[in-house]
Write a protein that binds this ligand. Structure first.
Ligand code: ADP
Length: 466
């Protein structure tokens, strides 16, 4: 092998999966190792100097221990070929000196006199290898190469370890920094969470305060409407009485205006009273047995006259399977139904208003009854269908002017239906008419068909209802 290893030779020195560091390759390829030969035999010194020098090493020779020690102090040798038997100093002393140095100098012990025991002694002391005189030059050359290769590898490993340690320290520092940042972020998040919890508490408080305020307002409205209603009765009553007396046409006209305005005002006050009572939770839903047919009959009686005055037909139909006797709050059911029929009549100029009761579902104990009011009136535009159940909603000011009303009827109906656990809705086509409906789950009572009313199945198919 040449003095400096080839790249391929270096390749063979690396472990499996390892990569040769270019720095290492460069360093090994350009480095000239220094060797010190210590031997009192001048021929040996000279011949080894020539032979090893030819292999490209930098060689120094010393003939005695003292000179060798001085040379070792002045230079960093990579390798010492050390004859154990010297004229002045024992080889052991030189070994001790080398071991005490920081420079990593390898030693190959050469002697013809030492026993194999002392060889072991020197190997234990850290000598790289041991050669007994006489030896073949080839053997020496190989041992020297091995020693230098190992030294180079060892220093490369040390350098790599140093780099690894630096990288590790750097990583640890970064981890520490990140941990500190994380702790800070966690702390900030905790603070945000506390803030958010507090905000939620504040919001709940504010909501409760607003609700309490709203209830107080509704209670005030409820009692105010009650106070307002009381004087309305004498106003309306006395106006009606005076209207029955002899009056000039002018007086009659004026009083008629007073009468209709007072009626409107009373209706408005009644609606506000109902609405505010519901809002203030002062309205209770009752529960007792009632006959559905009788209730429908009442609504029909109230509304028929008004409908006929407008030239509109009002028809009520109850499907045969709808139970006649049920348990619930007939006053509230009637209120909702009357409101829907009133609207149907109000917003229909000609045609028909049909009230139809059908069975949406049934269990052994309960019936889901659907109340539907269909008219052939002005209808509702699609985009306004959702808003008609909101309080104080009228489709437009024109409607309000033409038909009057408060915009509270449907809002009250919705609230009442929901208080009874039911649902309310509308289907409509502008210009064609509407169907307002609500469903209620009512407890069935035993006496079925207590009240006979005209039912859909009583009609011949194809026969026109009007
Ligand atoms: P109002 O006292 O004004 O009738 P409602 O709450 O009962 O108040 O109705 C709200 C609005 O819904 C009405 O002003 C009207 O525009 C519309 N509406 C209600 N019922 C009908 C119907 N049957 N046909 C057409 N429009 C209707």
């Amino acid at each position: 092998m040449a003095r400096k290893p080839t790249y391929e030779e270096l390749e063979q020195t690396k472990g499996q999966g390892e990569r040769l560091d270019p720095w290492f390759v460069e360093a090994v390829m350009s480095y000239v190792p220094k060797i010190l030969i210590v031997d009192d035999d001048p021929r040996m010194c000279d011949s080894l100097k020539v032979l090893l020098g030819n292999e490209g090493y930098e060689i120094q020779t010393r003939r005695n221990g003292q000179e060798a020690l001085e040379a070792l102090v002045k230079n960093d040798f990579d390798l010492v070929l050390l004859d154990l038997v010297l004229p002045d100093i024992n080889g052991t002393e030189i070994m001790d000196h080398i071991n005490s140095q920081t420079a990593e100098t390898l030693v190959i012990v050469i002697t013809g006199h030492a026993s194999s025991d002392s060889a072991v002694h020197f190997l234990k002391k850290g000598a790289f290898d041991y050669l007994r005189k006489p030896f073949e030059y080839e053997e020496l050359s190989k041992t020297v190469r091995n020693a230098l290769d190992q030294k180079a590898l060892k220093s490369e490993r040390k350098r790599a370890e140093e780099e690894l340690r630096k990288a590790h320290d750097e990583l640890e520092l970064r981890v520490k920094r990140r941990t500190a940042e994380l702790a800070k972020t966690t702390e900030q998040l905790k603070l945000q969470l506390i803030g958010r919890k507090q905000m939620k508490k504040d919001l709940i408080k504010a909501k409760e305060a607003a609700e309490a305020g709203n209830r107080a307002k509704s209670e005030f409205l409820a009692s105010m409407s009650h106070e307002l209603r009381t004087p309305m009765n004498p106003i309306i009553g006395m106006t009606k009485l005076v209207l029955r007396t002899d009056l000039t046409p002018k007086q009659r006209d004026c009083l008629s205006v007073v009468e209709s305005s007072a009626d409107q005002l009373l209706a408005l006050i009644n609606d506000i009273l109902d609405f505010s009572r519901i809002e203030a939770r002062r309205l209770d839903i009752e529960s007792y047995d009632f006959n559905i047919g009788t209730m429908i009959n009442d609504v029909e009686k109230i509304m028929k006259l008004e409908a006929h005055e407008k030239g509109i037909e009002l028809s009520c139909l109850i499907d045969k399977n709808v139970p006649s006797l049920v348990r619930g709050d007939p006053v509230r059911v009637k209120e909702i139904l009357t409101n829907l029929v009133e609207n149907a009549v109000k917003f229909t100029e000609k045609g028909i208003v049909i009230v139809r009761l059908s069975l949406d579902g049934e269990t052994n104990t309960h019936a889901t009854v659907r109340f539907a009011v269909t008219d052939t009136g002005i209808g509702i535009p699609n985009d306004r269908l959702d808003s008609v159940f909101e309080s104080f909603t009228q489709l437009d000011s024109g409607t309000a002017r033409k038909y009057g009303g408060t915009g509270l009827g449907l809002a009250i109906s919705k609230k009442l239906t929901e208080m009874m656990g039911g649902r309310i809705g509308v289907e409509s086509k502008e210009g064609k008419g509407s169907t307002f409906w609500f469903t209620l789950v009512l407890e069935k009572r035993t006496e079925r068909k207590a009240f006979h009313y005209s039912t859909i199945s009583d009609l011949n198919p194809g026969v026109r209802v009007l």
